[in-house]
Design a protein around this ligand. Structure first.
Ligand code: ADP
Length: 268
């Protein structure tokens, strides 16, 4: 019985026949240049130096940062800067078929790509011979997790108080059924004939820190896709700033309350 329910659930989650209709509306109701709904929270873990959480569509991702701190093993120490070490990991329950908890080749690749996308934003030269450790845990995946992972990791670094040149915002664009679209979900990403281009971008510095591409695009489509992805990154950057401000507004309130309490105690 349980197996039957599971099978029925899976059939209902199968790829729809058409991903984009005649009115250019995508299967999930989005326009071609529309991002999935994004919700971000900063500073949600008590034990890490910095942390953040993102929901982008069905993606749920948590990032935690420790450091700058003493580096172990010592031979990994860099004489002129901090070593930024990233681990991207997908929880076994993050996808429909249970994923092995052991790190896959894909996770090793994404960990490297993430480090390379984030490193240009961090003043690592301020902390030679130390480590900044970054953990990105995908709790639920639905396409575009490397981009959402970079977005949330950059916020966790900022929350840890690590000096940065800019926030890194990431978003993918690509081609689905012949049309250029923003922020592909898993079914869109896996559509045949498609293409996917994850981009990470520092908005204030106008600098791209990651550009990858799967699939085939004409030179015109390439330009259109890149421009759309950068526009997506700019939208994400706004949301990141709002999330950081929201965290500091609560922190400010808490400090003001404590100060008031202290003043009242002093009066008594
Ligand atoms: P991204 O998450 O950045 O789009 P990929 O293009 O490699 O990275 O993966 C696309 C999607 O494929 C993931 O977001 C996830 O939804 C799905 N996926 C990845 N690994 C697995 C896996 N082991 N089992 C099932 N689905 C997976």
């Amino acid at each position: 019985m349980i197996n039957l329910v599971r099978r029925l659930l899976k059939t209902s989650q199968k790829k729809p026949e058409k991903l984009i209709d005649e009115k250019e509306i995508r299967y999930d109701g989005r326009k071609l240049n529309e991002m999935r709904p994004v919700k971000i929270e900063v500073g949600i873990l008590g034990n890490a130096d910095g942390s953040a959480y993102i929901e982008q569509g069905k993606n749920r991702i948590l990032a935690a940062v420790y450091g700058p701190r003493e580096i172990h093993p010592k031979h990994q120490a860099l004489p002129d800067r901090a070593a930024l070490r990233c681990r991207y990991h997908m929880a076994p329950f993050s996808v429909q078929e249970r994923k092995s908890p052991a790190p896959s080749r894909r996770e090793v690749e994404i960990s490297k790509v993430m480090r390379e996308a984030l490193e240009p934003s961090v003043f690592t030269e301020y902390y030679p011979r130390t480590a900044i450790d970054l953990f990105v845990e995908v709790l639920q995946a639905d396409g575009g997790t490397r981009c959402a992972g970079i977005t949330v990791a950059s916020l966790a670094l900022a929350d840890a108080g690590i000096p940065m040149r800019d926030l890194v915002s990431a978003c993918a664009a690509g081609k689905v059924e012949g049309r250029v679209v923003l922020d592909l979900s898993d079914v869109e990403d896996k559509s045949s004939d498609g293409a996917d281009m994850p981009v990470a971008y520092m908005s204030s510095l106008n600098a791209v820190t990651l550009l990858q591409m799967d699939g085939m695009l004409t030179p015109d489509e390439f330009e259109q896709t890149l421009n759309m992805a950068v526009e997506g990154c700019k939208q994400i950057s706004q949301l990141q700033k709002e999330a950081l401000k929201a965290k500091y507004a609560t922190a400010k309130e808490a400090v003001a309350e404590k100060e008031e309490e202290a003043e009242e105690e002093a009066k008594e």
